[in-house]
Design a protein around this ligand. Structure first.
Ligand SMILES: [Zn+2]
Length: 482
Protein backbone atom coordinates (compact mmCIF):
# COMPACT_ATOMS: atom_id res chain seq x y z
CA UNK A 1 0.00 0.00 0.00
CA UNK A 2 1.35 3.41 -0.91
CA UNK A 3 1.40 6.24 1.60
CA UNK A 4 1.42 9.98 0.91
CA UNK A 5 5.17 9.97 1.52
CA UNK A 6 6.12 7.73 -1.41
CA UNK A 7 3.50 8.72 -3.95
CA UNK A 8 4.50 10.36 -7.23
CA UNK A 9 3.20 13.89 -7.72
CA UNK A 10 2.52 15.75 -10.91
CA UNK A 11 2.91 19.54 -11.16
CA UNK A 12 0.10 21.49 -12.83
CA UNK A 13 1.16 24.92 -14.09
CA UNK A 14 -0.66 27.78 -15.78
CA UNK A 15 0.89 31.10 -16.76
CA UNK A 16 -0.46 34.65 -16.78
CA UNK A 17 1.51 37.04 -18.91
CA UNK A 18 1.28 40.82 -19.06
CA UNK A 19 2.59 42.35 -22.26
CA UNK A 20 3.14 46.09 -22.71
CA UNK A 21 2.06 46.98 -26.22
CA UNK A 22 4.41 49.14 -28.27
CA UNK A 23 1.75 51.57 -29.43
CA UNK A 24 2.64 55.21 -29.92
CA UNK A 25 0.31 56.46 -27.18
CA UNK A 26 -1.32 55.23 -23.98
CA UNK A 27 -4.44 53.06 -23.72
CA UNK A 28 -7.02 55.76 -23.08
CA UNK A 29 -5.29 59.11 -23.68
CA UNK A 30 -2.92 60.81 -26.12
CA UNK A 31 0.19 60.70 -23.90
CA UNK A 32 3.23 59.18 -25.61
CA UNK A 33 4.56 55.98 -24.02
CA UNK A 34 7.54 56.49 -21.79
CA UNK A 35 11.04 55.06 -22.25
CA UNK A 36 12.95 56.28 -19.25
CA UNK A 37 12.02 59.99 -19.52
CA UNK A 38 12.08 62.26 -16.49
CA UNK A 39 9.39 61.08 -14.04
CA UNK A 40 5.87 62.49 -14.50
CA UNK A 41 6.54 64.12 -17.86
CA UNK A 42 4.26 61.80 -19.85
CA UNK A 43 0.98 62.50 -18.12
CA UNK A 44 -2.30 64.31 -18.72
CA UNK A 45 -5.57 64.82 -16.81
CA UNK A 46 -6.96 61.53 -18.25
CA UNK A 47 -4.14 59.20 -17.13
CA UNK A 48 -3.79 61.10 -13.86
CA UNK A 49 -7.46 60.37 -13.19
CA UNK A 50 -8.68 63.93 -12.82
CA UNK A 51 -12.44 64.18 -12.24
CA UNK A 52 -14.49 64.93 -15.32
CA UNK A 53 -12.01 63.56 -17.86
CA UNK A 54 -13.09 60.92 -20.36
CA UNK A 55 -11.06 57.99 -21.70
CA UNK A 56 -10.96 57.09 -25.41
CA UNK A 57 -9.83 53.60 -26.50
CA UNK A 58 -6.56 53.48 -28.46
CA UNK A 59 -7.39 51.94 -31.87
CA UNK A 60 -3.83 50.70 -32.35
CA UNK A 61 -3.98 48.83 -29.01
CA UNK A 62 -7.21 47.12 -30.14
CA UNK A 63 -5.53 46.24 -33.45
CA UNK A 64 -2.54 44.71 -31.61
CA UNK A 65 -4.91 42.88 -29.24
CA UNK A 66 -6.75 41.37 -32.21
CA UNK A 67 -3.41 40.34 -33.78
CA UNK A 68 -2.42 38.59 -30.54
CA UNK A 69 -5.82 36.87 -30.34
CA UNK A 70 -5.47 35.61 -33.92
CA UNK A 71 -1.80 34.61 -33.50
CA UNK A 72 -2.85 32.53 -30.47
CA UNK A 73 -5.63 30.90 -32.45
CA UNK A 74 -8.39 32.38 -30.28
CA UNK A 75 -12.03 33.16 -30.94
CA UNK A 76 -12.46 36.93 -31.08
CA UNK A 77 -15.38 38.26 -29.07
CA UNK A 78 -17.85 40.06 -31.35
CA UNK A 79 -18.44 42.55 -28.54
CA UNK A 80 -16.18 42.76 -25.49
CA UNK A 81 -16.49 45.36 -22.76
CA UNK A 82 -14.25 47.18 -20.30
CA UNK A 83 -14.77 46.97 -16.54
CA UNK A 84 -13.49 48.96 -13.63
CA UNK A 85 -11.37 46.87 -11.27
CA UNK A 86 -11.47 48.79 -8.02
CA UNK A 87 -8.64 48.89 -5.55
CA UNK A 88 -6.88 51.57 -3.62
CA UNK A 89 -3.17 51.91 -4.16
CA UNK A 90 -0.92 54.92 -4.78
CA UNK A 91 0.04 53.67 -8.27
CA UNK A 92 -3.58 53.92 -9.39
CA UNK A 93 -4.78 57.53 -9.39
CA UNK A 94 -8.38 56.75 -10.38
CA UNK A 95 -8.79 54.19 -7.60
CA UNK A 96 -9.55 51.57 -10.25
CA UNK A 97 -7.86 49.97 -13.23
CA UNK A 98 -9.75 49.75 -16.50
CA UNK A 99 -9.57 46.11 -17.57
CA UNK A 100 -11.76 43.45 -19.15
CA UNK A 101 -13.64 41.01 -16.98
CA UNK A 102 -16.38 38.62 -18.03
CA UNK A 103 -16.10 39.22 -21.79
CA UNK A 104 -12.44 39.39 -22.87
CA UNK A 105 -11.30 40.48 -26.32
CA UNK A 106 -10.37 36.89 -27.27
CA UNK A 107 -10.59 33.42 -25.71
CA UNK A 108 -10.23 29.70 -26.30
CA UNK A 109 -6.97 29.56 -28.27
CA UNK A 110 -3.81 27.51 -28.40
CA UNK A 111 -0.08 28.03 -28.76
CA UNK A 112 2.03 24.89 -29.21
CA UNK A 113 0.79 22.28 -26.74
CA UNK A 114 -0.79 24.77 -24.36
CA UNK A 115 -4.37 26.04 -24.58
CA UNK A 116 -5.07 29.74 -24.14
CA UNK A 117 -7.85 30.59 -21.70
CA UNK A 118 -8.22 34.28 -22.51
CA UNK A 119 -6.60 37.41 -23.92
CA UNK A 120 -7.75 40.80 -22.70
CA UNK A 121 -6.87 44.48 -22.87
CA UNK A 122 -6.17 46.72 -19.89
CA UNK A 123 -4.04 49.62 -18.72
CA UNK A 124 -0.82 49.44 -16.73
CA UNK A 125 -0.47 51.00 -13.29
CA UNK A 126 2.04 53.74 -12.51
CA UNK A 127 5.42 52.91 -11.01
CA UNK A 128 6.17 53.16 -7.32
CA UNK A 129 9.79 53.83 -6.46
CA UNK A 130 10.88 53.14 -2.88
CA UNK A 131 13.86 54.99 -1.49
CA UNK A 132 14.47 52.31 1.15
CA UNK A 133 17.56 52.68 3.28
CA UNK A 134 19.51 54.41 0.53
CA UNK A 135 18.00 57.81 1.27
CA UNK A 136 16.31 60.28 -1.02
CA UNK A 137 15.02 59.73 -4.53
CA UNK A 138 14.17 62.68 -6.72
CA UNK A 139 14.63 64.81 -3.65
CA UNK A 140 12.08 62.87 -1.60
CA UNK A 141 12.18 60.27 1.13
CA UNK A 142 10.04 57.17 1.39
CA UNK A 143 8.13 56.18 -1.73
CA UNK A 144 7.37 58.25 -4.79
CA UNK A 145 5.15 57.62 -7.81
CA UNK A 146 6.16 58.02 -11.43
CA UNK A 147 2.96 58.24 -13.49
CA UNK A 148 4.73 57.93 -16.86
CA UNK A 149 3.93 54.20 -17.02
CA UNK A 150 0.32 54.68 -15.80
CA UNK A 151 -2.10 53.99 -18.64
CA UNK A 152 0.36 52.10 -20.86
CA UNK A 153 -1.65 49.57 -22.94
CA UNK A 154 -1.35 46.00 -21.69
CA UNK A 155 -2.57 42.69 -22.99
CA UNK A 156 -3.00 39.97 -20.42
CA UNK A 157 -2.68 36.42 -21.72
CA UNK A 158 -3.88 33.59 -19.47
CA UNK A 159 -3.01 29.99 -20.34
CA UNK A 160 -4.93 26.90 -19.27
CA UNK A 161 -3.08 24.79 -16.64
CA UNK A 162 -1.60 22.54 -19.33
CA UNK A 163 2.07 22.78 -18.38
CA UNK A 164 3.66 19.93 -16.40
CA UNK A 165 7.18 21.06 -15.51
CA UNK A 166 9.26 24.16 -14.83
CA UNK A 167 11.36 23.65 -17.95
CA UNK A 168 8.21 23.23 -20.08
CA UNK A 169 6.91 26.52 -18.65
CA UNK A 170 10.10 28.35 -19.61
CA UNK A 171 10.14 26.73 -23.05
CA UNK A 172 6.50 27.69 -23.72
CA UNK A 173 7.11 31.24 -22.55
CA UNK A 174 10.02 31.42 -25.01
CA UNK A 175 7.66 30.42 -27.81
CA UNK A 176 5.09 33.00 -26.67
CA UNK A 177 7.74 35.73 -26.47
CA UNK A 178 9.09 34.81 -29.91
CA UNK A 179 5.55 34.92 -31.29
CA UNK A 180 4.80 38.35 -29.78
CA UNK A 181 8.13 39.71 -30.99
CA UNK A 182 7.56 38.31 -34.46
CA UNK A 183 4.16 39.97 -34.82
CA UNK A 184 5.73 43.23 -33.63
CA UNK A 185 3.21 44.23 -30.95
CA UNK A 186 5.70 44.63 -28.09
CA UNK A 187 9.42 44.85 -27.50
CA UNK A 188 8.90 41.92 -25.03
CA UNK A 189 11.85 43.05 -22.93
CA UNK A 190 11.58 41.09 -19.68
CA UNK A 191 14.19 43.02 -17.69
CA UNK A 192 12.46 46.30 -18.45
CA UNK A 193 9.05 44.87 -17.61
CA UNK A 194 7.50 44.88 -21.08
CA UNK A 195 6.80 41.18 -20.54
CA UNK A 196 5.93 40.02 -17.03
CA UNK A 197 4.98 36.52 -16.02
CA UNK A 198 3.02 35.08 -13.09
CA UNK A 199 2.75 31.33 -12.61
CA UNK A 200 -0.03 29.37 -10.93
CA UNK A 201 1.45 26.19 -9.52
CA UNK A 202 -0.22 23.21 -7.87
CA UNK A 203 0.58 19.52 -7.54
CA UNK A 204 -1.63 16.43 -7.53
CA UNK A 205 -1.04 12.68 -7.26
CA UNK A 206 0.12 11.53 -10.73
CA UNK A 207 -2.79 10.31 -12.82
CA UNK A 208 -5.51 12.19 -10.95
CA UNK A 209 -7.74 14.66 -12.78
CA UNK A 210 -8.72 17.00 -9.95
CA UNK A 211 -6.59 20.08 -9.38
CA UNK A 212 -4.72 20.71 -6.14
CA UNK A 213 -4.68 24.04 -4.30
CA UNK A 214 -2.56 26.50 -6.23
CA UNK A 215 -0.07 29.13 -5.20
CA UNK A 216 0.70 32.09 -7.42
CA UNK A 217 4.26 33.20 -8.14
CA UNK A 218 4.28 36.89 -9.01
CA UNK A 219 6.25 38.98 -11.49
CA UNK A 220 9.16 36.87 -12.56
CA UNK A 221 11.33 38.72 -15.03
CA UNK A 222 13.66 36.18 -16.62
CA UNK A 223 13.34 32.69 -18.06
CA UNK A 224 15.89 31.38 -15.61
CA UNK A 225 14.05 32.83 -12.59
CA UNK A 226 10.76 31.45 -13.86
CA UNK A 227 12.23 27.99 -14.15
CA UNK A 228 13.95 28.16 -10.77
CA UNK A 229 10.94 29.76 -9.05
CA UNK A 230 8.54 27.10 -10.30
CA UNK A 231 10.98 24.32 -9.39
CA UNK A 232 11.31 25.73 -5.87
CA UNK A 233 7.52 26.00 -5.53
CA UNK A 234 6.95 22.42 -6.71
CA UNK A 235 9.51 21.20 -4.16
CA UNK A 236 7.90 23.30 -1.40
CA UNK A 237 4.42 21.91 -2.13
CA UNK A 238 5.69 18.32 -2.34
CA UNK A 239 7.36 18.68 1.05
CA UNK A 240 4.11 20.05 2.55
CA UNK A 241 1.97 17.27 1.10
CA UNK A 242 4.44 14.50 2.00
CA UNK A 243 4.44 15.80 5.58
CA UNK A 244 0.68 15.18 5.57
CA UNK A 245 -0.24 18.88 5.52
CA UNK A 246 -2.19 20.96 3.02
CA UNK A 247 -1.05 23.63 0.60
CA UNK A 248 -2.57 27.03 1.35
CA UNK A 249 -3.71 29.27 -1.49
CA UNK A 250 -1.45 32.30 -1.47
CA UNK A 251 0.59 34.68 -3.57
CA UNK A 252 4.35 34.27 -3.35
CA UNK A 253 7.41 36.20 -4.32
CA UNK A 254 10.46 34.25 -5.49
CA UNK A 255 13.77 35.85 -4.59
CA UNK A 256 16.29 34.66 -7.19
CA UNK A 257 19.25 35.70 -5.02
CA UNK A 258 18.33 33.56 -1.99
CA UNK A 259 16.01 31.08 -3.72
CA UNK A 260 13.40 31.84 -1.02
CA UNK A 261 9.64 32.00 -1.57
CA UNK A 262 7.89 34.56 0.62
CA UNK A 263 4.15 35.24 0.85
CA UNK A 264 2.95 38.55 -0.60
CA UNK A 265 -0.62 38.39 0.64
CA UNK A 266 -2.86 35.59 1.79
CA UNK A 267 -6.35 34.76 0.62
CA UNK A 268 -7.87 36.39 3.70
CA UNK A 269 -6.65 39.77 2.51
CA UNK A 270 -7.63 39.10 -1.12
CA UNK A 271 -9.08 42.16 -2.76
CA UNK A 272 -12.74 42.40 -3.57
CA UNK A 273 -12.36 44.27 -6.82
CA UNK A 274 -16.08 45.17 -7.15
CA UNK A 275 -15.89 44.90 -10.92
CA UNK A 276 -18.51 46.86 -12.81
CA UNK A 277 -18.82 47.89 -16.46
CA UNK A 278 -16.89 51.06 -17.30
CA UNK A 279 -19.67 53.54 -18.15
CA UNK A 280 -17.37 55.94 -20.02
CA UNK A 281 -16.28 53.47 -22.71
CA UNK A 282 -18.23 51.88 -25.55
CA UNK A 283 -17.87 48.12 -26.13
CA UNK A 284 -15.12 46.88 -28.44
CA UNK A 285 -16.99 45.45 -31.44
CA UNK A 286 -14.39 44.66 -34.13
CA UNK A 287 -15.71 45.03 -37.67
CA UNK A 288 -14.84 42.53 -40.38
CA UNK A 289 -12.44 45.09 -41.81
CA UNK A 290 -10.64 45.41 -38.45
CA UNK A 291 -10.29 41.64 -38.11
CA UNK A 292 -9.14 41.37 -41.73
CA UNK A 293 -6.52 44.04 -41.16
CA UNK A 294 -5.25 42.24 -38.05
CA UNK A 295 -5.09 38.93 -39.94
CA UNK A 296 -3.20 40.48 -42.85
CA UNK A 297 -0.70 42.06 -40.48
CA UNK A 298 0.39 38.64 -39.17
CA UNK A 299 3.69 37.33 -40.54
CA UNK A 300 4.67 33.66 -40.48
CA UNK A 301 4.70 32.72 -36.78
CA UNK A 302 7.66 30.98 -35.08
CA UNK A 303 5.89 27.63 -34.58
CA UNK A 304 4.94 27.53 -38.28
CA UNK A 305 8.44 28.62 -39.28
CA UNK A 306 10.04 25.84 -37.19
CA UNK A 307 7.71 23.30 -38.82
CA UNK A 308 8.68 24.62 -42.27
CA UNK A 309 12.41 24.41 -41.46
CA UNK A 310 11.95 20.79 -40.42
CA UNK A 311 9.70 19.84 -43.33
CA UNK A 312 11.34 21.67 -46.21
CA UNK A 313 14.98 21.91 -45.14
CA UNK A 314 15.30 18.72 -43.11
CA UNK A 315 16.60 20.50 -39.99
CA UNK A 316 16.37 18.73 -36.64
CA UNK A 317 13.53 19.86 -34.41
CA UNK A 318 15.92 21.46 -31.89
CA UNK A 319 17.78 23.44 -34.54
CA UNK A 320 14.54 24.49 -36.26
CA UNK A 321 13.17 25.78 -32.95
CA UNK A 322 16.38 27.55 -32.03
CA UNK A 323 16.34 29.41 -35.35
CA UNK A 324 12.61 30.22 -35.31
CA UNK A 325 12.17 31.13 -31.65
CA UNK A 326 14.96 33.65 -32.04
CA UNK A 327 13.45 35.31 -35.08
CA UNK A 328 16.49 37.48 -35.83
CA UNK A 329 18.61 34.31 -35.99
CA UNK A 330 16.05 32.71 -38.33
CA UNK A 331 16.15 35.82 -40.53
CA UNK A 332 19.95 35.68 -40.63
CA UNK A 333 19.84 31.98 -41.51
CA UNK A 334 17.31 32.48 -44.29
CA UNK A 335 19.36 35.31 -45.77
CA UNK A 336 22.51 33.14 -45.70
CA UNK A 337 20.56 30.26 -47.21
CA UNK A 338 19.29 32.50 -50.01
CA UNK A 339 22.88 33.55 -50.80
CA UNK A 340 24.05 29.94 -50.67
CA UNK A 341 21.33 28.87 -53.09
CA UNK A 342 22.20 31.66 -55.50
CA UNK A 343 25.80 30.29 -55.60
CA UNK A 344 24.63 26.69 -55.67
CA UNK A 345 26.57 25.97 -52.44
CA UNK A 346 26.10 25.29 -48.70
CA UNK A 347 23.82 22.57 -47.53
CA UNK A 348 20.89 23.85 -45.35
CA UNK A 349 21.71 21.52 -42.44
CA UNK A 350 25.41 22.41 -42.42
CA UNK A 351 24.59 26.10 -42.66
CA UNK A 352 22.07 25.86 -39.79
CA UNK A 353 24.66 24.16 -37.65
CA UNK A 354 27.27 26.85 -38.41
CA UNK A 355 24.74 29.58 -37.50
CA UNK A 356 23.54 28.00 -34.24
CA UNK A 357 26.76 26.38 -32.99
CA UNK A 358 29.57 28.57 -34.34
CA UNK A 359 28.12 31.99 -35.15
CA UNK A 360 25.96 32.45 -32.00
CA UNK A 361 28.90 32.42 -29.53
CA UNK A 362 30.69 34.95 -31.78
CA UNK A 363 27.78 37.44 -31.86
CA UNK A 364 28.10 40.83 -30.16
CA UNK A 365 25.33 40.90 -27.50
CA UNK A 366 23.72 37.93 -29.22
CA UNK A 367 22.54 40.19 -32.03
CA UNK A 368 23.16 38.88 -35.56
CA UNK A 369 22.32 42.23 -37.14
CA UNK A 370 25.27 43.76 -35.27
CA UNK A 371 27.65 41.02 -36.44
CA UNK A 372 30.48 41.79 -38.86
CA UNK A 373 29.92 38.39 -40.45
CA UNK A 374 27.63 39.00 -43.45
CA UNK A 375 25.14 36.17 -44.07
CA UNK A 376 26.43 35.69 -47.64
CA UNK A 377 30.04 35.52 -46.37
CA UNK A 378 29.12 32.82 -43.85
CA UNK A 379 27.32 30.91 -46.62
CA UNK A 380 30.49 31.04 -48.78
CA UNK A 381 32.65 29.84 -45.88
CA UNK A 382 30.30 26.91 -45.20
CA UNK A 383 30.28 25.93 -48.86
CA UNK A 384 34.13 26.02 -48.86
CA UNK A 385 34.03 23.51 -45.98
CA UNK A 386 31.51 21.40 -47.91
CA UNK A 387 33.75 21.44 -51.00
CA UNK A 388 36.74 20.49 -48.80
CA UNK A 389 38.57 23.64 -49.78
CA UNK A 390 39.11 24.41 -46.11
CA UNK A 391 38.98 22.12 -43.06
CA UNK A 392 36.37 22.55 -40.33
CA UNK A 393 38.93 23.69 -37.77
CA UNK A 394 40.50 26.19 -40.17
CA UNK A 395 37.02 27.50 -41.07
CA UNK A 396 36.37 28.22 -37.36
CA UNK A 397 39.55 30.29 -37.31
CA UNK A 398 38.33 32.15 -40.42
CA UNK A 399 34.94 32.77 -38.80
CA UNK A 400 36.59 34.22 -35.69
CA UNK A 401 38.61 36.58 -37.91
CA UNK A 402 35.45 37.57 -39.81
CA UNK A 403 33.58 38.20 -36.53
CA UNK A 404 36.37 40.49 -35.35
CA UNK A 405 37.24 42.44 -38.48
CA UNK A 406 34.66 41.53 -41.12
CA UNK A 407 36.13 40.54 -44.45
CA UNK A 408 35.85 37.83 -47.02
CA UNK A 409 36.34 34.14 -46.23
CA UNK A 410 38.30 33.53 -49.47
CA UNK A 411 40.67 36.42 -48.75
CA UNK A 412 41.28 35.33 -45.14
CA UNK A 413 41.93 31.73 -46.21
CA UNK A 414 44.45 32.92 -48.83
CA UNK A 415 46.10 35.44 -46.52
CA UNK A 416 46.58 32.95 -43.69
CA UNK A 417 47.48 30.01 -45.93
CA UNK A 418 44.54 27.96 -44.62
CA UNK A 419 43.50 26.36 -47.92
CA UNK A 420 43.20 22.62 -47.75
CA UNK A 421 46.20 20.80 -49.16
CA UNK A 422 45.11 19.76 -52.67
CA UNK A 423 45.10 16.12 -53.68
CA UNK A 424 48.37 16.20 -55.66
CA UNK A 425 50.26 17.70 -52.71
CA UNK A 426 48.44 15.39 -50.34
CA UNK A 427 49.62 12.34 -52.32
CA UNK A 428 53.23 13.38 -51.84
CA UNK A 429 52.72 14.00 -48.09
CA UNK A 430 51.09 10.57 -47.73
CA UNK A 431 54.00 8.89 -49.52
CA UNK A 432 56.44 10.62 -47.20
CA UNK A 433 54.42 9.59 -44.12
CA UNK A 434 54.31 5.96 -45.27
CA UNK A 435 58.07 5.96 -45.79
CA UNK A 436 58.72 7.59 -42.41
CA UNK A 437 56.39 5.22 -40.53
CA UNK A 438 57.54 1.85 -41.77
CA UNK A 439 56.88 0.21 -38.41
CA UNK A 440 53.23 1.34 -38.41
CA UNK A 441 52.85 0.15 -42.01
CA UNK A 442 54.21 -3.28 -41.03
CA UNK A 443 51.85 -3.48 -38.04
CA UNK A 444 48.89 -2.53 -40.23
CA UNK A 445 49.82 -5.18 -42.79
CA UNK A 446 50.03 -7.69 -39.92
CA UNK A 447 46.36 -6.99 -39.17
CA UNK A 448 46.65 -4.25 -36.55
CA UNK A 449 44.18 -1.71 -37.99
CA UNK A 450 44.82 0.82 -35.22
CA UNK A 451 48.32 1.39 -36.61
CA UNK A 452 46.70 3.41 -39.39
CA UNK A 453 46.05 6.19 -36.88
CA UNK A 454 49.76 6.94 -36.54
CA UNK A 455 50.10 7.43 -40.29
CA UNK A 456 46.98 9.63 -40.52
CA UNK A 457 48.33 11.64 -37.58
CA UNK A 458 51.66 12.16 -39.33
CA UNK A 459 49.91 13.48 -42.45
CA UNK A 460 47.71 15.84 -40.42
CA UNK A 461 50.77 17.17 -38.59
CA UNK A 462 52.65 17.70 -41.80
CA UNK A 463 49.68 19.58 -43.40
CA UNK A 464 49.04 21.53 -40.15
CA UNK A 465 45.48 20.23 -40.11
CA UNK A 466 44.75 21.55 -43.60
CA UNK A 467 43.76 18.14 -44.92
CA UNK A 468 40.50 16.25 -44.72
CA UNK A 469 40.91 13.31 -42.33
CA UNK A 470 38.60 11.08 -44.36
CA UNK A 471 40.42 11.79 -47.61
CA UNK A 472 43.81 11.16 -45.96
CA UNK A 473 42.64 7.81 -44.65
CA UNK A 474 41.29 6.80 -48.04
CA UNK A 475 44.50 7.79 -49.76
CA UNK A 476 46.62 5.79 -47.28
CA UNK A 477 44.43 2.70 -47.72
CA UNK A 478 44.66 3.09 -51.50
CA UNK A 479 48.47 3.20 -51.34
CA UNK A 480 48.63 0.22 -48.95
CA UNK A 481 46.40 -1.91 -51.17
CA UNK A 482 48.71 -1.41 -54.18
ZN1 LIG B 1 -2.32 60.78 -20.44
Amino acid sequence: MSSVADRAYEPVIGLEIHVQLSTRTKMFCGCALSFGEEPNTRTCPVCLGHPGTLPVVNAEAVHYGLMIGLALDCELAPRSIFHRKNYFYPDLPKGYQVSQYDIPLAAGGRLGDVRIHRVHLEEDAAKLVHSGASGRIHGAEGSVVDFNRGGTPLVEIVSEPDIRSASEAAEWLRLLRATLRRIGVSDVNMEEGSLRCDANVSIRPAGEATLGTKAELKNMNSFRFIERGIEAEIARQEAIVRAGESVVQETLHFDPASGALTPLRSKEEAHDYRYFPEPDLVPVAPTEAMVGRAREALPELPAARAARFERELGLSSDTARLLSFRGELGDYYEEALGAARADGGADPTALASWVTVELVPRLPDGDPSASRVRPDALARLVSMVGAKRVSGSAAKEVLTAMAEDGGDPEAIVAERGLAMTDSADLGAVVDQALAANAAAVAQYRAGKEKALGAIVGAVMRETKGRADGGAVRELILERLSQ
